[in-house]
Design a protein around this ligand. Structure first.
Ligand code: ADP
Length: 887
C-alpha cells in the first residue's frame, strides 16, 4: 500500500486530507475510491461500510480530529469484483484517479507536491456497461421520475444497449409504470414529497422540460423531436433529469442513447406491482428468477433475446395485429423444427453486440468489443441470407431482415483491421492485424529484428566469455540486461570486458553492454511507435462504429426479436403448447390449460408419466371458459386443492398470449385484456408496516376502482385475514361489486360455502370447485375443476394430511359436529342473507363507488389511526384526485 501520510497534525488536515475532503464533497454521498498507487483506498465511514459489505480488513491510518482514521483498500487490478459487490449492496461509488504521475507532480509543485486526483467516473447500479458487472439476461434500467402540474413523467434507459423511452401517467398509475420498468436505479427531484423512497435526489432544475427538450435535440442533432414521437412536457422534464444525471455520472461523457420512444399507457396491458409480484412474472416471491414465469418460458440462446423476452412479458400488448405478427413468426419457427434448430445453433454463437456497442459509445470499449461487433454483424448478415432463402416468410420477419444487413463496409474494415481474437486490454497493443498498416508492420519488423539481434548477442557473449550460463533477460525495472551466476561475475567485472555492472543479486550479477543497449533502444522506440499507431487505429475504428451506432442497435434488436420467437417456438414444441386465438370480444376460453411453473416443477421432481392423479406427480390440465353471460367463476374446494394454481395459470396464459407467444393449453381463445389484476396468496407486507388484511383491502380497493369490462381479475380468498363474519361479508360484497359494477371477467377462489348463494342473484356468475375425495379415510386431492359448489371443505382432512396429531383432529371433528348441528338449527351464518335486497338495489351504489375514487379512499380511511402528517398527505392526494377528474 502507498505510504503517503493520511494523518492530520495539530496544525489541521494534511494536504492529502484536504484533497480527500474536497473530492468527497464532489462525490455527493457516493463512496469514494481514492487511488493510491496500486490500491483504491476508502476512509472514515466509507471504509467502515465497505469493509462490512466486502468482508475485508478495516485498518486505520493516522488521525483526524484526534481520532484514528478508519481505512480499507482494494487492489486496482481486482477492483471490478469489489465494485460489483458494492453496487449489488445498493452503494454508489465515485472513482478518484491519479491524473498525473509523481514525476509530473514534482515538476509542477516541487519535491513535496501531492499528485493531482480527480473523480473520473461514478459507478452506479443504473449506469453500468461493464460485462462483468451486468447480468447478461436482464436489462439494466435507469429511470428518472418527476411531477409536472399533477402528472407524472417517467424517462427510462438501458445505457448498456442505448434504449430510451418516455412515458406520462397519473400519480395513481405511476407505481404500475415503475413496476413494469423494474429500474435498478431511480432518480427524482430533491425535496419532492411524493418521490419514490429509493430514488436518488437530484437538483430540481435538472427536471425542466425545456432543458430536457434541448438536451435531447442536441444529443441527436435534430431541430425538432417530432420525428421521434409525441412527447409531453412531463416526459421531457423527466428526460431532462435523466440526461443531466447521466452527464453528471459520466463526468461529461454521455453514454449511448438511442432516440427516445414515447410509450403510451394504451399500448400495453396494465399490471400493477401487486399483480406482477403475485403472478411472479419476472421474479418469484422469493426474489430470484428461479420459480418465475420467465424462468419457465425462456429458451432464448442469447442474452439480448432473454432481455427482450423479459420486456415482452412485462408489457403484454393490446394491439391485436401486433400480437398476431409476433405469433405468426413463432408459428413459422414452431412448424419447422429443422430450421429452428439450425437458426438457434447460429444464434447461440452470437456475441452480445448491443452491449459491446454500449461500451464503445460510452468510451469504455476494448479491442475485444470491436471484435464482437465485427463477428456479430458478419453473423447477422449470414443469418439474413439463410432466412431470406426460406419460403413463406411471415411479415414480421420480412420487416426485420433488412436491419440485419447493410454493414458490409464496416465489417470488411474490422475484418481487415483486427486480429481474430482481440484482447480486452488495449494498452498493450497487438490487436491490429498484420497487413492492415504497412508502417505498423515495419515497426513490428524492426523490433522483431532487434529481438533476434539480442538472441544472437546472447550466443556471441557466451562464446566470448566462455560462460555457458550467461543469459540476456528482461524486467520492468532494468529493461534488458545480461545475467551470469555470481561465481562468474568477476570475469565480466574486469575493466576492459566491455560490460558495465548494474546489479548484484544473491547468486547472480547483472550487466549491460553497448550492443545490448542499442538493440534494446531500437525495440523500445519501435514498440512505443507501434503502440501509438495501434491506439490511433483503435480511435479510428471506434469512431466508425460510433457513427453506425443506430443501425447496429437495429441489427441487435432484430436478432433479439428472432431469438425470442425461436425460443418461444422451442418452448411450445417442448411442452405441446398451442397458438392462442386473439379476439376483440370479452371471451376467455382455455381448454386444458396448465400452469407452466407448477407443471415444470412437478416434471422436474421426477413425475412419472401415467402416475396417479392427485398424487401431485402429474399436472392436471383444466378448462376455463368465461363469456359475457358467464363471466365470474366462484371456485371452492379444499385447501391445497389447486385453486390458486388454476387462478394464476389462466392469468399467465393471458400474459403469454398477449406477449405474442404460444400458451400451455390445448386450445385458447383470448379476448384482449386491457388490465390484469391478480391477488393470489396474500403476500405478507408486514415489513412495510401493514397487516396482511390491510394490504388485502388496499389492493382490493384498487381493483374495484380500476377494473373494467375488458379487464381480467383473479382474486383468491378475499377476506381470510379477518374474522369469519367480517371476511364473509367483505367477500360477498366484493364479488357483487366485481360482478355488477366492474363487470370484469373474474375468477374468485374462496373457502366460504355461503358465497355459493350469490349464484341465485348474480346472473353472470357460476359455481365451480376443485375436486377431492376421501378414500379409506385418506384425502385425495384431484386438482380437477368441476362444475357446481364444493360439497364440503375437507379442512380437517387437510390438517390430517399436514401431520396435525390424531388426537387434535379427532377433537376438532367433535367440535365441528357441534357447530354444524347448531348451524342447521339456526340456518347458519348466512341465515339472514336470504332477505338481503340482493344485488339489484345495491348495484347502482356499487357502481357509483367505482367511479368515485375520492369517496372510496374516504370510506377506507381510519381517521383515528392517522398521524397529522399522514392526514395532510391524504388531503393532498384527495385534492389531486379531484383536480384530475375535473374536465
Ligand atoms: P389452493 O389454492 O387450493 O390451496 P394450490 O393451488 O396452492 O391450492 O395448490 C396446492 C398444490 O397442489 C400446488 O403446490 C401443486 O403442487 C398442486 N397442484 C395444484 N394444481 C395442480 C394441478 N392442476 N395438477 C397437479 N398438481 C396441482
Amino acid at each position: 500500500m502507498a505510504s503517503t501520510k493520511v494523518a492530520t497534525g495539530a496544525k489541521g488536515p494534511t494536504p492529502m486530507m484536504q484533497q480527500y475532503f474536497a473530492l468527497k464533497r464532489e462525490a455527493e454521498g457516493c463512496l469514494l475510491f481514492y487511488r493510491m498507487g496500486d490500491f483504491f483506498e476508502l476512509f472514515f465511514d466509507d471504509a467502515r461500510q465497505a469493509a462490512a459489505i466486502l468482508d475485508i480488513a478495516l485498518t486505520s491510518r493516522g488521525e483526524h480530529d484526534g481520532e484514528p482514521v478508519a481505512m480499507c483498500g482494494v487492489p486496482v487490478h481486482a477492483a471490478e469484483g469489489y465494485l460489483a459487490r458494492l453496487i449489488k449492496a445498493g452503494c454508489r461509488v465515485a472513482i478518484a484517479e491519479q491524473v498525473e504521475t509523481p514525476e509530473e507532480a514534482k515538476k509542477r509543485g516541487g519535491y513535496k507536491a501531492l499528485v493531482a486526483r480527480e473523480i473520473v467516473r461514478f459507478v452506479t447500479a443504473g449506469t453500468l456497461t461493464e460485462e462483468a458487472l451486468l447480468e447478461p439476461r436482464r436489462a439494466n434500467v435507469l429511470a428518472a421520475v418527476c411531477e409536472l402540474r399533477g402528472t407524472i413523467g417517467i424517462a427510462a434507459c438501458d445505457i448498456s444497449t442505448g434504449r430510451m423511452e418516455l412515458e406520462e401517467c397519473t400519480p395513481e398509475s405511476a407505481g404500475a409504470a415503475l413496476a413494469r420498468l423494474g429500474a435498478s436505479e431511480l432518480v427524482a427531484p430533491e425535496e419532492w414529497d411524493a418521490a419514490p423512497e429509493a430514488a436518488v435526489a437530484r437538483p430540481r432544475h435538472d427536471f425542466a422540460s425545456d432543458e430536457g427538450e434541448a438536451r435531447l435535440k442536441s444529443l441527436h442533432g435534430v431541430a425538432t423531436l417530432d420525428g421521434f414521437g409525441n412527447f409531453t412536457r412531463a416526459m421531457l422534464a423527466a428526460a431532462g433529469g435523466l440526461v443531466a444525471y447521466l452527464d453528471h455520472v459520466g463526468r461529461g461523457t454521455l453514454p449511448f442513447l438511442q432516440p427516445p420512444v414515447a410509450r403510451t399507457g394504451h399500448a400495453t396491458m396494465a399490471m400493477d406491482e401487486a399483480t406482477r409480484s403475485s403472478l411472479e412474472i419476472l421474479s418469484s416471491q422469493q426474489g430470484g428468477r428461479a420459480g418465475s414465469l420467465i424462468a419457465a418460458v425462456d429458451r432464448c440462446v442469447t442474452g439480448a433475446g432473454a432481455r427482450q423476452l423479459a420486456d415482452d412479458l412485462g408489457a403484454p400488448l393490446l394491439d391485436r395485429s401486433a400480437i398476431e405478427a409476433r405469433l405468426a413468426l413463432v408459428h413459422w419457427l414452431h412448424d419447422d423444427p429443422l430450421l429452428r434448430a439450425d437458426l438457434r445453433g447460429v444464434l447461440r454463437a452470437l456475441p452480445d453486440i448491443g452491449r459491446a456497442l454500449g461500451r464503445i459509445v460510452a468510451g469504455r470499449g476494448s479491442p475485444r468489443d470491436l471484435g464482437q461487433i465485427r463477428d456479430g454483424l458478419a453473423e447477422a448478415r449470414r443469418i439474413r441470407d439463410f432466412l431470406s432463402a426460406k419460403p413463406d416468410r411471415p411479415a414480421l420477419l420480412e420487416a426485420l431482415l433488412p436491419a440485419m444487413g447493410g454493414h458490409g463496409a464496416l465489417v470488411d474494415l474490422l475484418q481487415r483491421a483486427l486480429v481474430p481474437s482481440p484482447p480486452t486490454e488495449r494498452s498493450q497493443g497487438s490487436f491490429i492485424a498484420q497487413g492492415y498498416d504497412a508502417a505498423l508492420d515495419e515497426l513490428r519488423e524492426i523490433s522483431g529484428n532487434a529481438r533476434r539481434a539480442i538472441a544472437a548477442l546472447e550466443g556471441r557473449y557466451r562464446a566470448e566469455t566462455g560462460i555457458a550460463a550467461l543469459k540476456i533477460k528482461h524486467n520492468g525495472v532494468l529493461g534488458y540486461f545480461i545475467e551470469v551466476p555470481a561465481k562468474h561475475g568477476d570475469i565480466l567485472m574486469a575493466a576492459d570486458s566491455g560490460f558495465t555492472h548494474r546489479q548484484t543479486m544473491a547468486g547472480a550479477v547483472r550487466f549491460n553492454s553497448l550492443g545490448l543497449h542499442e538493440e534494446a533502444g531500437r525495440i523500445a522506440e519501435a514498440g512505443g511507435h507501434a503502440l501509438a499507431a495501434e491506439e490511433a487505429h483503435f480511435e479510428d475504428l471506434t469512431a466508425r462504429v460510433v457513427e453506425a451506432r443506430l443501425l447496429i442497435a437495429d441489427t441487435a434488436a432484430a436478432l433479439a426479436r428472432i431469438d425470442v420467437a425461436a425460443g418461444q417456438a422451442e418452448r411450445a414444441a417442448e411442452g405441446g403448447w398451442c397458438r392462442p386465438q386473439i379476439t376483440d370480444d370479452n371471451s376467455l376460453a382455455i381448454e386444458a390449460g396448465r400452469h407452466p411453473v407448477v407443471e415444470a416443477a412437478l416434471t422436474s421432481s421426477g413425475g412419472k408419466s401415467g402416475a396417479r392423479t392427485g398424487s401431485g406427480e402429474r399436472f392436471v390440465a383444466n378448462d376455463c371458459v368465461l363469456s359475457p353471460d358467464d363471466r365470474l367463476w366462484l371456485i371452492g374446494g379444499p385447501n391445497m386443492g389447486g385453486k390458486s394454481t388454476f387462478l394464476r395459470q389462466n392469468a399467465l396464459i393471458v400474459v403469454l398470449a398477449q406477449a405474442g407467444g404460444y400458451v400451455p393449453a390445448d386450445r385458447a381463445t383470448i379476448g384482449l385484456v386491457d388490465k390484469l389484476f391478480s391477488r393470489v396468496g396474500a403476500s405478507d407486507n408486514l415489513a412495510r408496516g401493514r397487516s396482511t388484511f390491510m394490504v388485502e383491502m388496499v389492493e382490493t380497493a384498487a381493483i374495484l376502482a380500476q377494473a373494467g369490462e375488458r379487464s381480467f381479475v383473479v382474486l383468491d380468498e378475499v377476506g381470510r385475514g379477518t374474522s369469519t363474519y367480517d371476511g364473509l361479508a367483505l367477500a360477498w360484497a366484493v364479488v357483487e361489486a366485481v360482478h355488477s359494477g366492474n363487470k370484469s371477467r373474474c375468477l374468485f377462489a374462496t373457502h366460504y360455502h355461503e358465497l355459493s348463494r350469490l349464484a341465485e342473484s348474480c346472473e353472470a356468475l357460476s359455481l365451480h370447485h376443485v375436486r377431492a375425495r376421501e378414500w379409506r379415510g385418506e384425502l385425495v386431492l384431484l386438482h380437477e375443476l368441476a362444475d357446481g359448489p364444493a360439497d364440503r371443505s375437507y379442512g380437517l382432512a387437510v390438517a390430517k394430511l399436514a401431520g396435525v396429531p390424531k388426537a387434535v383432529v379427532t377433537r376438532a371433528r367433535s367440535v365441528l359436529d357441534r357447530l354444524e348441528q347448531a348451524r342447521s338449527e339456526t340456518g347458519g351464518i348466512a341465515a339472514g342473507l336470504g332477505d338481503l335486497p340482493l344485488f339489484a338495489a345495491a348495484a347502482s351504489a356499487v357502481h357509483d363507488e367505482r367511479v368515485d375514487p375520492v369517496r372510496q379512499q374516504l370510506d377506507l380511511l381510519d381517521v383515528d389511526a392517522l398521524s397529522p402528517r399522514e392526514a395532510l398527505e391524504m388531503l393532498y392526494s384527495l385534492k389531486r384526485l379531484t383536480t384530475e377528474r375535473e374536465p
